[in-house]
Design a protein around this ligand. Sequence first.
Ligand SMILES: Nc1ncnc2c1ncn2[C@@H]1O[C@H](COP(=O)(O)OP(=O)(O)O)[C@@H](O)[C@H]1O
Ligand SMILES: [Mg+2]
Length: 197
Amino acid sequence: MIRELYINNFKSLLNFRVELSKFVCIIGMNGTGKSTLLQAIDFITQIFKGDLKTWLQAREWQSQDLLSDRASPSHKIFEVKLQFESTRYACYGEFNLNKLTCTKEKIINETSGDILFEVVNRSYRIGNHARKSIEFKYQGSALSALFSRSHALAWECSRDAPASRSSSLKERRDENSYLTSTLVRRKCEKTRKSVYF
Ligand SMILES: Nc1ncnc2c1ncn2[C@@H]1O[C@H](COP(=O)(O)OP(=O)(O)O)[C@@H](O)[C@H]1O
Ligand SMILES: [Mg+2]
């Protein structure tokens, strides 16, 4: 469940934070930001799916339309807190409008304090695995690309691999299973549906 949402510089949402519960009813006069809040949730969902370009095109929006006309920075910051059973997770990110990518990302298990995923300076780190430079193209979160890569790897690992490749494949499979066992996959699976507001 998404427990808390923070978004800054997204249309009319400036430094906006809301706590969410299992049932949320949004009530307000016209123009007070009801649709914008749903758009913000949809935007964050799309960040984890990738392909922000298609998402913008489907709405006939330019990336600059997402930016608040009351603020001028070229990036926006989102922060999402999730709760699954007893464990709480926090995702933080900075989204660059020109590149359509998150240039900074962090996912933390708030219960244990462990950093599950981090992106900084064009490199990423998954759990305790070694930091790797990002040499692939992606939009939104780097996770969107890593998931499609990890699904491909899972398929690759399931085939009979030559002995010379097995150790690196094992390493990659470990990384893959680490990733896929975290909340991130659960979140992405739950958010595959597209809804336009
Ligand atoms: N880029 C933007 N920057 C700042 N305000 C914006 C931006 N785009 C739209 N708005 C304003 O956001 C407000 C909220 O609109 P909306 O979410 O459609 O309200 P509601 O759904 O509650 O009727 C409107 O008053 C609109 O002028
Ligand atoms: Mg509306």
